[in-house]
Design a protein around this ligand. Structure first.
Ligand code: SAJ
Length: 415
């Protein structure tokens, strides 16, 4: 089938490339002219392991073409962002999904399949169907007609981990929710072309909720670890020791405390559940608040440490939202380092091997981006914010004498 992938970001582009590798011609759609030009040259605009070669090969074979204009296809895959609305209430904004649906409605024909992959509040796929129904009264749509509908509509969330996207796109299991069972089977036949993991069909609302639940589960569990770390700080306990010991219980598996939760998924998706069930989603809401509070806790504790030693420089280790990646968006480490830079200016030295420059909010603060060796030599205080491998292997003798606040627990000899 001819496939149209709408949205060529962290999910859409790898997905388009993998579908093309399976032999289907793929038309990728994005609103950005520069993204389109980059891809059509066989290059990529995002960092992801092995994606460059895959996109280059697909473009060279003529199986992947990008443009800003929709064209007819047999299968449409929507992978556009679903951010928060600008209302300060964590309200999901599905306008990009709906804009994609309106585009698709213009070219949709009998026999086509529309698949939504973007993380969405429960009910979005049906709203998408309703929007198409309004534009295209000539087509019989699933759930709205007697007998066999003219098109199939399904929801199939991505669940890949940045840094492992290509591997996980192929090998992870997928939940595929159809508006009707027939819609799910149509989408299943499509995913079977390039997914090696199990593809499990369900109804559309269950599939939407499943995606949100996966990330909320992780958020709640990280919140438990972060809350423990704040309790331990107040009580003068070593949280790492407590977790290590508790995890020896066969049915206990506490996650790792950190400086807060970042990224574009785990810190966002649980709010979609809260928004849909404000009276019932209490634990999920508290977990979000706890993980955000951990950021403020780390910032306050680091400030107190630095203020108490006015003659020392401070090394902030890491800006990324998690280990071994170059993604600095929605990063607690970045938020904390910037807060310290604003308060302590040139005393702050930031080490981030994945960054070429400090982000704009550091401008004018006097803080410097330095390499790890310089930081270890020049700084009497070390605040560990990211558990990059390169930080983990610093031997104790190279940080001897420094005052250390290790928010990730990477150095077992430091309490
Ligand atoms: N973190 C901790 N402690 C931990 C684990 C994570 O503080 O024990 C922090 C990380 O440092 C980071 C944040 O949580 O700031 C999120 O990192 P992550 O590795 O848990 O997840 P993401 O955001 O990279 O990807 C998640 C994944 N979801 C789950 O594991 C349930 C991924 O499979 C999803 O596809 C992705 O969200 C998504 O796109 O929704």
């Amino acid at each position: 089938p001819g496939v149209c992938v709408i949205g060529l970001g962290y999910i859409g582009l790898p997905t388009a490339a993998i579908i093309a590798r399976s032999g289907c011609p793929v038309h990728g759609l994005d609103v950005s002219e520069s993204v389109i030009d980059t891809i059509n040259r066989g290059e990529i605009h995002i960092e992801e392991v092995d994606l460059d070669g895959l996109v280059q090969a697909a473009v060279q074979r003529g199986l992947l073409k990008a443009s800003t204009r929709i064209a007819p296809a047999d299968v449409f895959v929507i992978a556009v962002p679903t951010p928060f609305a600008q209302d300060g209430n964590h309200t999901p904004d599905t306008s990009f999904v709906m804009a994609a649906a309106a585009d698709i409605a213009g070219v949709l024909k009998k026999g086509d399949t529309v698949i939504l992959e973007s993380t969405c509040p429960v009910g979005t796929t049906e709203a998408l169907r309703d929007l198409i129904a309004k534009d295209r009264s000539d087509l019989a749509l699933p759930g709205l007609c007697e007998g066999t509908p003219d098109v199939s509509i399904a929801y199939c969330p991505e669940r890949v981990l940045p840094g492992r996207i290509l591997e996980e796109l192929t090998h992870n299991d997928r939940s595929i929710g159809g508006i009707t069972p027939r819609c799910a089977r149509k989408a299943l036949a499509f995913y079977k072309r390039f997914v090696k993991g199990a593809c499990v069909t369900t109804d559309v609302r269950s599939a939407e909720m499943t995606k949100l639940v996966e990330n909320a589960f992780r958020d709640v569990n990280i919140a438990f670890a972060n809350e423990l770390s704040m309790i331990a700080d107040r009580q003068g306990l070593d949280v790492w020791e407590v977790i290590r010991l508790a995890n020896r219980h066969p049915r206990v598996n506490i996650l790792t405390p950190g400086p807060g939760v970042g990224g574009h998924c785990i810190a966002v998706d649980p709010w979609f559940i809260v928004h849909g069930a404000p009276e019932d989603a209490n634990l999920i809401r508290r977990a979000r608040q706890t993980n955000d509070a951990k950021m403020a806790h780390v910032l306050a504790r680091a400030k107190a440490l630095i203020a108490a030693h006015p003659d020392q420089r401070v090394a902030c280790l890491g800006l990324a939202f998690k280990a071994n990646i170059d993604d600095f968006r929605e990063s607690p480490a970045r938020f904390i380092a910037a807060g310290l830079a604003r308060e302590f200016g040139e005393r702050v030295h930031v080490v981030e091997p994945y960054a070429g420059d400090l982000p704009p909010e550091f401008d004018g603060t006097g803080a410097l981006l330095v390499d790890l060796d310089t930081a270890l030599e020049d700084c009497g205080i070390i605040v560990v914010l990211v558990d990059h491998d390169i930080f983990k292997v610093v031997p104790p003798e190279e940080r001897q004498g420094a005052l250390i606040y290790d928010t990730r627990g990477i150095w077992p000899d430091v309490a």
